[in-house]
Write a protein that binds this ligand. Structure first.
Ligand SMILES: [Fe+2]
Length: 287
């Protein structure tokens, strides 16, 4: 029996843990895999020399270093979206789930075509801005900034919009969010009237947006022309209503007001409350 048996047993146990971890995390790295296979094969040997054990230790250390790099890379990918790599979020319910208030035809077109176009436009703008950053040539930066603002706001607002609605929506908000609405607007009815009026009166196309202002420490309703004109930065959107024609025209034609009135049947207040609770924790010095 090898005098180094304890260490070899430890490596054996560690090897099983690492393989399990790679499978769980769905990490497929060929280099790492072949190093592990090599260690597994070498564990069959009968270790007698100190040099043999030191060589094994080196292999283990190398795998640990490579594994650390792989895990850090994986975490970085999970924590942020690299420039130019935004993706279309899946609709959180079936396309026909908001019928009869918003038709399946609209949802398919709106999500698959229009939202996808904003994702593509944002990715393109980000890649071009990255290129400018690398080359130092900023001659077209105004154009790409404009594209990034338009498509970026389009992407982020639609991402919130899909989750702001739900087939189990309608009704009224509860709890802390309701208390804040009453505090800032007088009543839920008063809030609903003002939000609807803002949506109906957006000049041309745009959005109505309920925001929490971390600085003023209150809710506010904003009217956004296009996706980004007249918006107020430094605020967090909680409830958004898309009043671009692509959001309602197939079904409601020019009757935007009817669409706005029907929207309330699918507003998913638990989602808005969740956004509010998270946003509410942000605090900056008031000015
Ligand atoms: Fe839209």
């Amino acid at each position: 029996m090898s005098v180094f048996k304890d260490y070899v047993d430890q490596v054996q146990g560690w090897l099983v843990d690492v393989k399990d971890y790679l499978a769980e995390q769905r990490i497929s790295n060929e280099g790492l895999q072949s190093q592990l296979d090599e260690i597994e094969r070498s564990l069959q040997a009968d270790y007698k020399q100190k040099e043999e054990i030191l060589a094994l230790q080196d292999k283990v250390k190398q795998v640990q270093a490579d594994l650390r790099g792989e895990v850090e890379g994986q975490e970085a990918r999970q924590q942020s979206v690299p420039a130019g790599q935004h993706t279309l979020p899946p609709l959180p319910y079936p396309y026909n789930a908001l019928e009869p208030y918003i038709s399946e035809e609209i949802m398919r077109l709106h999500h698959d075509k229009h939202h996808q176009a904003y994702v593509d436009g944002l990715n393109k703008a980000e890649k071009m801005m990255k290129q400018a950053r690398e080359s130092g040539d900023f001659s077209l930066i105004k154009h790409w900034q404009n594209e990034a603002a338009f498509n970026g706001s389009g992407h982020y607002l639609h991402t919130i919009f899909w989750e702001n609605m739900n087939p189990n929506g309608g009704g009224e908000p509860h709890g802390q969010l309701l208390k804040q609405i009453v505090k800032d607007f007088g009543s839920y009815a008063a809030f609903k009237k003002e939000f609807s009026e803002v949506a109906k009166q957006v000049p041309g196309v745009g959005w109505a947006i309920l925001v929490w202002s971390p600085r003023a420490r209150r809710l506010e309703i904003l009217m956004s022309q296009l996706h980004m004109i007249l918006t107020q930065w430094d605020t967090i959107p909680l409830l958004v209503l898309d009043v671009w024609e692509h959001a309602y025209y197939l079904q409601y034609k020019n009757k935007r007001a009817d669409y706005v009135d029907q929207f309330w049947n699918v507003v998913y207040w638990p989602n808005v409350a969740n956004r509010y609770e998270k946003a509410h924790k942000l605090q900056w010095t008031p000015f």
